[in-house]
Design a protein around this ligand. Structure first.
Ligand code: F6R
Length: 611
C-alpha cells in the first residue's frame, strides 16, 4: 500500500526512480510524485498513474543524483496533486515520502496549527514532515535527531525517506511496520518498498527492521536504532531474477501469473516432496514437529485470498491431522481479544508478508505465547521475520493485484504441512499418505492441462461478460474455491458476485435466481457430488444459467449445464488446486472483455500495509 523508491549515487536519479515507481505501481496507483536534489530540491507530483510523471521536463532531471519517489494508495485525503507525495515542511527544508499511516496525526496537526503551521494537503504525511521540522527547530537539532524524537511520539506505521535542504549527499530513512529494502551498490544505493525496483542494479540487499534509521550516502550506509545506537547491517543476496518481475510476452501480469502456475507449483514442491522416497521435507515444520503434533488447536489468520486458502487448510488439517482448526480474519482477530492457550499454533498466511492486519494479529498472539508459523511468499518480509518458523510458498513475485499463483502455492504448502503432521501423529494411514503424495506431485501437470483449454474458458467468458451479477457455489473443499472465485471476478470485473456453500442457497440466495443470473458450480467428483447435482437442478428449475466445473468423464452435470469447464480428476482434498484455475481464467477474460485494467483494479493495492 503505497510504494516508495529512492536513489543516491553516480547515475541520474530520475530515470531510476521513475522506473522503480512503475515496478511498485501495484502497491497503489492513484497519484505519484518525485523529489530530486540537483542544485536544490525540486518536486513534481500528479494525480493518476506513475506515467503522469513522464510529463516532467526540467534541467534537474539530468542534474540530480539523489531523489525520492512515491506512488500512492489514498488513505488520508482524495487522490489529488496536492495530496500526492513528496510533502514538504513549511520552511521547505525537509521533503519526505511516506508509506503507512500516522494514527495520531489529528492531535499532532492541531498542535502544529496552534503554533502557526499551515497545510496544503489533507494528508497525515504533511503533518509528519512538519512535526519533524518543529522538533528540529525547537531543539536546534540535526534532522536525524529530530526524526528520532518525532518517531518516538508517532503512533502508527511508517516508512519514510527524507531529503534535507543543504545535504545533497544524504538520504535518511526510517521504518516501523511498513517494509523497506536497501539495495547495496558500488558508489550508489537504492531504497524501495520491495526489491523489484532494485533487482536490475544489485542483488545485495539489507532489510531494514522496525525502529531503525538508515543514513545513506552514495558510499555509506549507517543503520541506527531509535536510541541512536549503531546496528550492524546484514547484507543478504536476493534470490530473484529480473525476468520474474516482467510480463514475459503476456498482455497482463495476471494472465502471466495464471500461466506461471505449473512452474510455480513445481518450484513450491521442489526439494520438499519426493514420491520416490515417499518423503516430505519442510524445514520449518520438521524443526518444530512436536509443537504441531501436540497442538490442542490451530488458528489460521489471514486476509482475502489468503484467508480462503486458510479455509481450505482447515478442511485439510482437520481431516488429516484431527487437530481442531479455526480460521480468522486477521482484521477481526487483532481487535477482539481472542482467547489463546499455550500450545496453540497460529498459522499466518500471506502472499506479501506485509499485510498490516495479519502482522498485528500475529504480534498480539506472539505476545500471548502462541507459536507463530508463517506461510509467506515474499522472502524476508515482515511476517516471515516475525514468525517463529515458516515455509515459503516460492511462487515467485506476484505483481498482478488479484492474487492467483500465490493462492495455489499456499494450498500446496498447507497440504504438505497437513500430510507431514498427519503422518507424524499417525492420524493418516501409510496408504493414504502415499496416495496424497502421488496426487500432489501430479498437480502441476494437471494445471497445465487446464491451462491448455484456455480458449474454451474464454468462450464461456464471452457469453457472460455482460452479466450484472454472479453466483459461485461449491461444497466441501470446493466451497472456499467458490468464495475465492467470487472475490476474483468481483475484483477484476466489478460485477457484484457472491460465493456460498451450495447447500446454503435455499436459505436465501436462491431469491436472486432468474434467467439472467449465471451460477457457477464447482462440481468435481467427490462425496458431495449427488448433492451438487440436486442443487444444479434447483437452479435450472428456476431458469437460472448454469456453468459447471466438472471432471472430464462427467455426463450427468454436463447434460444439465449451459456451459462446462473441465479439470482433471484428483483427490477431493487437492481439488481446489485445480478447480480454482478455470475461475481465475474466466475472471481474467471477463475483466479484459469489459475493458478494465485487470492488473490494477480500481481502489485496490497489492500489499495492504494499512489496517
Ligand atoms: C485478492 C487479494 C487480496 C489479498 C489480501 C491478503 O486477489 O490479493 O485479497 O489476498 O489482501 O494479502 P496477503 O496475502 O499479501 O496478506
Amino acid at each position: 500500500m503505497c510504494g516508495i523508491v529512492a536513489y543516491i549515487g553516480h547515475q541520474e536519479a530520475y530515470p531510476i526512480i521513475l522506473k522503480g515507481l512503475k515496478r511498485l505501481e501495484y502497491r497503489g496507483y492513484d497519484s505519484s510524485g518525485i523529489a530530486l536534489y540537483g542544485k536544490q530540491i525540486e518536486s513534481y507530483k500528479k494525480k493518476g498513474r506513475v506515467s503522469e510523471l513522464e510529463t516532467w521536463d526540467a534541467p534537474i532531471l539530468h542534474e540530480a543524483h539523489a531523489g525520492i519517489g512515491h506512488t500512492r494508495w489514498a488513505t488520508h485525503g482524495e487522490p489529488t496533486d496536492a495530496n500526492a507525495h513528496p510533502h514538504q515542511s513549511n520552511s521547505g527544508k525537509i521533503t519526505l515520502v511516506h508509506n503507512g499511516i500516522i494514527e495520531n496525526y489529528a492531535s499532532l496537526k492541531a498542535e502544529l496549527i496552534q503554533k502557526g503551521y499551515t497545510f496544503q494537503s489533507e494528508t497525515d504525511t504533511e503533518v509528519l514532515v512538519n512535526f519533524i521540522e518543529d522538533i528540529q527547530i525547537n531543539n536546534n537539532s540535526s534532522l536525524e535527531e529530530a526524526m528520532r524524537i518525532a518517531l518516538k511520539r508517532v503512533v502508527g506505521a511508517y516508512v519514510i525517506i527524507v531529503l534535507e535542504d543543504g545535504f545533497p549527499d544524504r538520504l535518511i530513512a526510517a521504518r516501523k511496520g511498513s517494509p523497506l529494502v536497501i539495495g547495496v551498490g558500488e558508489g550508489e544505493h537504492f531504497l524501495a518498498s520491495d526489491a523489484s525496483p532494485i533487482i536490475e542494479y544489485t542483488k545485495r540487499v539489507i532489510y531494514v527492521n522496525d525502529y531503525e534509521l538508515a543514513i545513506i550516502s552514495k558510499d555509506d550506509i549507517i543503520l541506527k536504532n531509535l536510541g541512536n545506537e549503531p546496528v550492524t547491517p546484514y547484507i543478504q543476496q536476493l534470490d530473484m531474477e529480473l525476468a520474474q518481475i516482467e510480463k514475459g510476452g503476456f498482455d497482463h501480469f495476471m494472465l502471466k501469473e495464471i500461466f506461471d502456475q505449473p512452474a510455480s507449483l513445481t518450484d513450491c514442491l521442489r526439494g520438499r516432496l519426493d514420491v520416490a522416497t515417499l518423503s516430505l521435507t519442510l524445514a520449518g515444520v520438521d524443526q518444530h514437529l512436536s509443537v504441531f503434533t501436540q497442538a490442542k488447536r490451530i488458528i489460521i489468520v489471514a486476509c482475502g485470498t489468503s484467508w480462503h486458502a486458510g479455509l481450505i487448510a482447515e478442511y485439510m488439517i482437520e481431516t488429516i491431522c484431527r487437530i481442531p482448526v479455526e480460521v480468522e480474519y486477521a482484521s477481526e482477530f487483532r481487535y477482539r481479544n481472542p482467547i489463546i492457550h499455550s500450545g496453540d499454533v497460529i498459522i499466518a498466511i500471506s502472499q506479501s508478508g506485509e499485510t498490516a492486519d495479519t502482522l498485528v494479529a500475529i504480534e498480539r498472539a506472539k505476545e500471548q505465547g502462541a507459536f507463530i508459523f508463517g506461510v509467506v511468499n515474499a522472502v524476508g518480509s515482515s511476517i516471515a521475520r516475525l514468525s517463529h518458523a515458516g515455509a515459503y510458498t516460492h511462487a515467485g513475485p506476484e505483481i498482478g493485484v488479484a492474487s492467483t499463483k500465490a493462492f495455489t502455492a499456499q494450498l500446496a504448502v498447507l497440504a504438505m504441512m497437513a500430510l507431514k503432521i498427519g503422518k507424524a501423529k499417525q492420524t493418516l494411514t501409510d496408504a493414504d499418505y502415499k496416495h496424497y503424495l502421488v496426487e500432489l506431485s501430479q498437480i502441476p501437470e494437471k494445471v497445465q492441462v487446464i491451462l491448455s483449454s484456455h480458449e474454451l474458458i474464454k468462450e464461456v467468458a464471452q457469453v457472460y461478460a455482460e452479466a450484472n451479477n454472479f453466483l459461485f457455489l461449491g461444497r466441501g473443499y470446493n466451497f472456499p474455491v467458490a468464495l475465492e472465485a467470487a472475490l476474483k471476478l468481483k475484483e477484476v470485473s466489478y460485477i457484484p458476485c457472491s460465493g456460498y456453500p451450495s447447500g446454503e442457497v435455499k436459505h436465501g440466495p436462491i431469491a436472486l435466481v432468474d434467467e439472467t443470473l449465471p451460477t457457477l458450480f464447482i462440481a468435481t467428483k467427490d462425496k458431495y457430488y449427488d448433492k451438487i447435482v440436486s442443487n444444479i437442478q434447483e437452479i435450472k428449475a428456476r431458469k437460472g444459467k448454469v456453468i459447471a466445473i466438472i471432471n472430464p468423464d462427467d455426463t450427468a452435470i454436463r447434460g444439465v449445464s449451459d456451459h462446462v469447464m473441465e479439470v482433471p480428476e484428483t483427490d477431493e482434498l487437492l481439488a481446489p488446486l485445480l478447480t480454482v484455475i478455470p475461475t481465475q481464467l474466466m475472471s481474467y477474460y471477463i475483466g479484459v472483455l469489459r475493458g478494465l485494467d485487470v492488473d490494477k483494479p480500481r481502489n485496490l493495492a497489492k500489499s495492504v500495509t494499512v489496517e
